[in-house]
Design a protein around this ligand. Structure first.
Ligand code: ADP
Ligand code: ZN
Length: 621
């Protein structure tokens, strides 16, 4: 589709962007703030766009690139995905290319020629390319319609995903003052947003902040006992045969978890930076192309993965920040269908994360930032209120009402006055520290409180302490919960490689005789069976397709799989599940009828329309 976006006889007031949306993408209308953003950019204005994952950011630069004369330049850090993005656009009939380090010289030259000859609508570049004078020269010799800076939070040091190459992007403004720039991100707190605007010189830009809620995702955070078994239980009871992502902190855990799942009959692949590049590419490609595959990964995986039917995202270790967590969980359910974000979290996670921060490189300010990120994350884990409200509040949307689709809404936890328990625990730490000049980790302190005569207790004569046995009425597990929550509330701290527990500046407030500070703790939920039925009922997003057309949908999926194999593409590039569901429901018998379905644009109609009709007409097996 040439940049001279067809001046079809404009008989009505339909604007050019809307015509492009309908003709090229096959969608009826813009969503949310898309229209406003696109009008603003088409008119030449700069924009900073904050939209949750799955909100529809891509159209905000793709449509202006097609409407304005010249080529849309998309800056993206996701080299490994550029081919897929270009393929997806190709399937729509949009002429797209990319330039990055994975290409051979002739491939690069062909793309450069296409750019200079005005044969491209969109050109994807890695940020490091723009540091090269040769790239800037090249761009200057052609015509740029718009600069889109994707994953713009990468420019912010305060955020969680800083990439130094992004800092160089401020030159765009100086060199092309008349070309509009649109920066987009799915993760930005008010602080990060400010930093993006400043660093990219987008202070004059209009800010478009969308609703960050992802109502189809059910948020759940469970106390960790045996994380892998808990995960398996979740998959077997709620997500059998569905695609999902499991996040782990370390490469070793990634490998072990993938092996564990495979041994238990779940098709799972590992993905982390320690794997060979070719292996990583292969696993990513399989995840995109096959149905029902589970990817076990470090956070090295997932940015820009726009697989629409990821049904669950599971965290088996505590993420470092809410920004990262929300971005990762946001990869579930881009198609708007019900999905799960599940996390298992325990005392050891807090100890481990604190240790990582203490040992991290960088200055004191950096450590403080990381610490604040962790505190917000812990507050989310320990809240007795709606998880979603807390997440939205974090992203600058305060005061939302309880969502009814998170674990705390579905199964409200109780809180109890833990002041006395906290005093017992803290005074044990005080005794060890002050009387004995000793520091111990959680295990030993719990043994002392519970009055257990272990060999280690006897060795250190801890049974002679006045606090020995004063906490026998509380179980080991509950004590771990108390410690975890005191850590989360910064009434206790961990130190050193052995995770020893030490007092903080505020511990004394709990210990003072007169009016001690009250400590409210969350009740450890007893091990309830997975709330499957309940979770299903409460899912707010209805299944749109009547159950009796399920066989038709399956027939269309089989057809799509075959085409995907022939063309070597991911099935969702051909049509999304949501589009196939609609086709199955409407059962069109002509190309004109098929064209009315959302997700069927001109390019796809020409290419696949007849195939769809034939598949529909074929007798059922
Ligand atoms: P983001 O980049 O914000 O994560 P995408 O641009 O990938 O989101 O869009 C998410 C999904 O929504 C995609 O499948 C896209 O095709 C679809 N979508 C976006 N805008 C519209 C629209 N106006 N009408 C229908 N579907 C849309
Ligand atoms: Zn809720």
């Amino acid at each position: 589709m040439p940049a001279v976006a067809s001046p079809e006889t404009a008989t009505d007031q339909t604007t050019e962007p809307l015509r492009v949306l309908r003709r090229v993408f096959g969608y009826d209308s813009f969503r949310g703030t898309q229209q406003e953003i696109i009008d603003h950019v088409v008119a030449g204005g700069d924009a900073l766009v904050l939209m949750p994952t799955g909100g529809g950011k891509s159209l905000c630069y793709q449509v202006p690139a097609l409407v304005r004369p010249g080529v849309g330049i998309v800056v993206s850090p996701l080299i490994a995905l550029m081919q897929d993005q270009v393929d997806a656009l190709g399937a729509l009939g949009v002429r797209a290319g990319f330039l990055n380090s994975t290409q051979s010289y002739p491939q690069r030259r062909d793309t450069e020629d296409a750019y200079l000859n005005g044969e491209l609508d969109l050109l994807y570049l890695a940020p490091e390319r723009l540091r090269l004078d040769s790239t800037l020269e090249l761009l200057a010799r052609g015509e740029v319609a718009v600069f889109a800076i994707d994953e713009a939070h990468c420019v912010a040091q305060w955020g969680h995903d800083f990439r130094p190459d992004y800092l160089a992007l401020s030159v765009l403004h100086e060199r092309w003052p008349d070309v509009p720039r649109i920066a987009l991100t799915a993760t930005a707190t008010p602080a990060t947003r400010q930093e993006i605007a400043t660093r990219l010189q987008l202070t004059e830009a209009r800010h478009f902040v969308s609703d960050f809620d992802r109502p189809n995702i059910q948020y759940r955070i469970a106390p960790k006992s045996d994380a892998r078994r808990q995960l398996l239980q979740l998959l077997q009871t709620e997500h059998l045969g569905e695609s999902g992502i499991v996040y782990r902190l370390s490469r070793a855990e990634v490998e072990r978890t993938a092996e564990f799942l495979t041994a238990n009959g779940v098709t799972a692949l590992p993905y982390h930076a320690g794997l060979d590049k070719a292996v990583r590419a292969k696993h990513q490609s399989r995840f995109l192309r096959e149905d029902g595959l589970v990817m076990v990964a470090t956070i090295a995986f997932g940015m820009g993965i726009d697989k629409p039917d990821v049904r669950f995202v599971a965290h088996l270790d505590l993420p470092k920040s809410i920004e990262g967590y929300y971005q990762e969980t946001g990869r579930a359910g881009r198609d708007g269908l019900p999905s799960t974000a599940w996390m298992a979290y325990g005392l050891q996670d807090v100890v481990q994360q604190r240790k990582l921060i203490d040992n991290s490189e960088g200055d004191e300010a950096h450590r403080r930032t990381q610490s604040r990120h962790l505190d917000s994350m812990l507050a989310l884990c320990e809240t007795v209120k709606c998880r979603r409200s807390q997440l939205l509040d974090y992203f600058g949307q305060p005061d939302s009402s309880p969502c009814g689709n998170c674990d705390t809404c579905l199964n409200p936890p109780e809180s109890w006055d833990g002041t006395v328990a906290a005093q017992k625990l803290l005074s044990t730490v005080v005794r060890l520290q002050r009387e004995r000049n000793q520091k111990f980790g959680a295990g030993q302190i719990i043994d002392i409180l519970r009055g257990k005569k272990t060999s280690k207790v006897e060795q250190f004569r801890h049974d002679e302490l006045s606090v020995f046995g004063v906490g026998a009425d509380i179980s080991d597990n509950e004590w771990r919960g108390v410690i975890r929550q005191l850590l989360a509330q910064s009434l206790l701290a961990v130190e050193g490689d052995y995770g020893t527990l030490v007092l903080t500046d505020t511990s004394s407030e709990v210990l003072r005789r007169e009016e001690p500070r009250q400590v409210w703790l969350r009740t450890e939920p007893s091990k309830k069976p997975a709330a499957k039925a309940k979770a299903r009922d409460s899912k707010r997003v209805p299944q749109d397709m009547p159950p009796e057309v399920e066989p038709v949908f399956q027939k269309l999926r089989a057809w799509r799989m075959e085409v995907a194999r022939e063309e070597g593409k991911a099935p969702f590039i051909i049509f999304h599940d949501s589009t196939l569901r609609q086709i199955a429901t409407v059962a069109p018998s002509t190309l004109d009828e098929l064209a009315t379905i959302s997700g069927v644009g001109e390019g796809k109609l020409n290419r696949y329309g007849q195939g769809v009709l034939d598949a529909l007409a074929a007798p059922e097996e």
